[in-house]
Design a protein around this ligand. Structure first.
Ligand code: CMP
Length: 138
């Protein structure tokens, strides 16, 4: 069990003005920010990041959406970080997310769901290094 996870605040939450509230909530829940940047994915980079979903029917829509505006990418640290963060953000589909979770509060739909959270320790490490070099991880 690793103590790090990776997150993105997605273009919908950025455009809707929720980035500050989301970061505040993450920090208040006890996550330490290891790395953080505001950036924008090209279509090519978004496709690469989500390559595991290439065969899914929503892949094209996902790539278009994730490259449609700026995002905030961050590596976060807490005990049992991957699971703790997934609990904090709630189900992928905000309609099914628990009350009080970040997606319940800020997401609009299953595709435009405000935040990403890594689903395993292995993917957290891969996704974190997609955006941050070793020198950018504090
Ligand atoms: P995320 O946790 O970033 O990982 C994959 C993303 O695919 C997921 O969040 C959703 O935003 C998106 N996704 C999953 N299922 C669907 C769907 N049925 N339609 C559109 N997007 C989806």
């Amino acid at each position: 069990m690793s103590n790090r996870t990776f997150t993105m605040i997605k273009p919908d939450a950025m455009k809707n003005g929720h980035a500050g509230a989301i970061l505040d909530r993450i920090i208040k829940e006890g996550f330490r920010v290891v790395s953080l940047k505001l950036t924008k994915l090209s279509k090519e980079k978004a496709g690469e990041f989500y390559a595991v979903h290439k065969e899914r029917p929503f892949y094209g829509e996902l790539v278009d959406f994730m490259s449609s505006g700026v995002i905030i990418a961050a590596i976060l640290e807490k005990d049992n970080a991957v699971n703790a963060f997934r609990t904090l953000i709630g189900a992928t589909n905000p309609a099914q997310a628990e009350a009080g979770t970040i997606r319940k509060l800020f997401a609009t739909s299953i595709g435009e769901n405000a935040v990403h959270g890594s689903d395993s320790d292995e993917n957290a490490a891969i996704e974190g290094s997609f955006f941050f070099s070793g020198l950018e991880q504090f």
